[in-house]
Design a protein around this ligand. Structure first.
Ligand SMILES: Nc1ncnc2c1ncn2[C@@H]1O[C@H](COP(=O)(O)OP(=O)(O)O)[C@@H](O)[C@H]1O
Ligand SMILES: [Mg+2]
Length: 250
């Protein structure tokens, strides 16, 4: 399992595609359930939605007895700390990761990047990733713009010879219903023709992707302190996503 630290970004130019949510879900699963050591660098200035999520999660874990006990139980059992969430921006993200996170100590460092392409800093930061995963959804306009994004990453960054990117994978998110319809086959043919890689796993559109720690103490899905609750993982394909990523990013 040990080896060089992998830099990974869920990245597209499309806001609301699930970048931050998927970063947290995958990071928490790898770190708290699968035995990997993870860090997150939140470069999406000024929203910093993962930094803010960590603050909310911590507040809840310090002030609510239910989550306090849950945290105590988990962290004594695991004998490791919560993964660091570094507040940064796209210009400083790589330098901050190198400076603040003892390299080689981590199996994966996830970068949450902003969704703008024509930006020199973003291009330089993307070029430092080992893997990029671009969430797509079956809306014609979203898909077209995300495919353009993926192609421009391939043509302008990956083929420059100066990037570290080993592969870019597209990932279906927000899929309506439990099964993909025929429409997806049409789109997948286009994706193949463009020479882009697509992950096998797809993620359904379900409300639990918004479920965080809350005063009602219902099972938690999206948290920077806990892995998604097993009862909610069923039917979300999160377990499949993580297993496929572990295979692909080896
Ligand atoms: N598979 C999904 N099903 C339902 N809601 C989702 C799914 N993936 C993401 N979302 C929701 O979509 C919204 C945008 O996601 P977010 O991760 O903030 O996107 P981004 O970081 O790309 O802007 C969030 O409210 C999130 O909970
Ligand atoms: Mg985001």
């Amino acid at each position: 399992m040990k080896g060089k630290t992998k830099y990974v970004a869920f990245s597209t130019q499309k806001g609301g595609a699930g970048k931050s949510t998927l970063t947290v879900l995958v990071a928490s699963c790898l770190h708290y359930s699968k035995g990997y050591k993870v860090a997150v660098v939140d470069c999406d200035y000024p929203q910093h939605s993962i930094v803010e999520m960590r603050e909310r999660d911590l507040n809840m874990a310090l002030n609510d007895d239910f989550y306090k006990r849950m945290a105590y139980e988990q962290f004594s059992r695991l004998d490791k700390k919560a993964y660091p969430v570094v507040e940064s921006d796209v210009k400083e993200g790589i330098a901050d990761a190198a400076y603040l996170l003892p390299q080689d100590d981590f199996d994966f460092i996830f970068f949450d990047l902003p969704g703008t392409m024509n930006n020199e800093d973003l291009i330089h930061t993307l070029a430092e990733m080992d893997y990029i995963i671009s969430p797509i959804c079956a809306d014609r306009f979203v898909l077209e713009s995300t495919l353009n994004y993926a192609i421009s990453v391939k043509d302008h960054i990956m083929s420059s010879g100066k990037s570290k990117i080993r592969q870019l994978y597209l990932l279906w998110n927000l899929v309506d219903g439990r099964e993909k319809t025929e429409l997806y086959e049409v789109y997948e043919a286009v994706i193949r023709d463009l020479g882009l890689s697509l992950m096998k796993t797809f993620l359904p559109d379900t409300k639990r992707f918004r479920r965080e720690q809350s005063l009602n103490r219902k099972p938690v899905f999206r948290s920077t302190l806990f892995p998604a609750d097993r009862s909610l993982v069923r039917g979300s394909n999160l377990d499949k996503l993580v297993d496929e990523l572990i295979e692909l990013l080896k």
